[in-house]
Design a protein around this ligand. Structure first.
Ligand code: SF4
Length: 377
């Protein structure tokens, strides 16, 4: 077996080949890392993300452009709301953190808001770590880090991540703050949007935990990353901030598992035919063959999480795969992988009658026939 450094270099070389000659790697951001948790078993997504393929460009080249991205209007409105939340040295934001997460602490007054300016992502990451160390050295005070930069090792290369804010509490613990422009109506928001925000925050929490581990030897008590984050949104349809504490333990566990799996993209790369390449410059036919050479597990959740969703949905429907009906249905059907298999099993033409899924389908078919007969009488 070659030494680890040689293997790492070989993998980087292989991933560059998959991306295509002279195609720069697309850096992974928290949104992309978080989306991995939305479809944990997809080898296609894992290899494309691991190789730094620009999936938006790939989807367009395949003829199924993604419907992702915020409008300029939404971006401007989101930025204005964030600026409002962080105005006056983050007074309102810190008040919300105190109210929702740490009522027993002294109310925030004269919080530190250090300047995190530095050159390049590496410089900003180092600057953030320095300020977190500084905050740990001054327990009893509140500190607001506005747009800190964190690094997370993903498949051997660092992904740089920028949370909206991180707050250091007087007890030395750290909270991730996510500021979103969807509304909190009567204290609750669209669960799908809250779920996406929680998955994104979980990525930041994992990156912060790596910083905490590094600082653990230098500070007492060791820094603690809170697993309840603060989600700040506009209240009802106003521009006033409202906040909710969100428990992200589940999302953190799933994302951590996924990231560990991403480091094994080498295994997926090894199964691909020699010469496989995902460059958007290739003819659509060749590109389609390359993409189809990696197994995918399409599910309706992909539509809100992956740029290739329209392509994979079309393929999944073409093959009659039951995954396109959603994971709960898929789980109920056991080994029956296509709609054709399911119908044949229900009609009694195929399938093992002792298989609980087959037995349930046959029972359902009988009940349906009885109901139809009764309706026609
Ligand atoms: S859209 Fe396709 S590539 Fe993306 S996660 Fe779903 S199945 Fe995988």
């Amino acid at each position: 077996m070659p030494p680890p450094r040689t293997r790492g270099t070989a993998l980087r070389h292989r991933l560059a080949e998959l991306r295509g000659p002279d195609v720069p790697a697309k850096a992974l951001d928290a949104r992309a890392l978080a989306a991995l948790a939305a479809n944990p078993g997809c080898a296609r997504r894992a290899i494309l993300d691991g190789a730094g393929v620009n999936k938006t460009a790939l989807a367009s080249a395949l003829g199924s452009p993604s419907a992702f991205g915020q409008s300029q209007f939404a971006l401007t409105r989101g930025n204005a709301f964030e600026a409002k939340v962080k105005a006056d040295g983050g007074a309102e934001l810190l008040r919300l953190v105190h109210e929702k997460l740490d009522r027993s602490a002294e109310p925030p007054a004269d919080a530190r808001v250090p300047d995190l300016t530095a050159t390049g992502p590496q410089g900003r990451t180092a600057r953030t770590a320095l300020e977190l160390r500084e905050a740990a050295a001054h327990p009893g005070a509140w500190t607001l880090l506005d747009h800190p930069m964190l690094a997370l090792d993903v498949a051997g290369s660092p992904a740089f991540l920028e949370p909206d804010a991180v707050v250091v509490h007087p007890d030395g613990s750290w909270t991730v703050v996510e500021i979103k422009s969807f509304p909190l109506l009567d204290g609750s928001a669209d669960p799908a949007k809250v779920g996406a925000a929680a998955r994104q925050a979980a990525v930041y929490v994992l990156a912060l935990e790596e910083v905490a581990v590094r600082l653990a030897h230098e500070t007492a008590p060791a820094p603690r990353v809170r697993h309840r984050i603060l989600l700040v949104c506009p209240k009802d349809f106003s521009n006033l901030p409202a906040a909710s504490a969100v428990d992200i333990r589940k999302q953190r566990a799933v994302t951590a598992r996924q990231l560990a799996r991403l480091t094994r993209i080498e295994d997926i790369a090894d199964t691909l035919p020699e010469g496989t390449c995902f460059s958007p410059e290739l003819p659509a036919e060749e590109l389609t063959a390359a993409v189809e050479s990696v197994p995918a597990t399409y599910a309706p959740e992909c539509l809100s999480a992956c740029e290739l969703a329209f392509h994979c949905r079309a393929r999944s429907r073409e093959t009659g795969a039951v995954t396109s009906l959603g994971r709960p249905v898929r789980a109920e059907l056991g080994g029956l992988a296509t709609v054709e298999d399911v119908l044949a099993a229900a009609r009694g033409e195929a399938g093992d009658p002792d298989d609980p899924a087959v037995a349930a389908l046959r029972r359902a078919a009988v009940l349906r026939a009885e109901a139809l007969e009764a309706a026609c009488r």
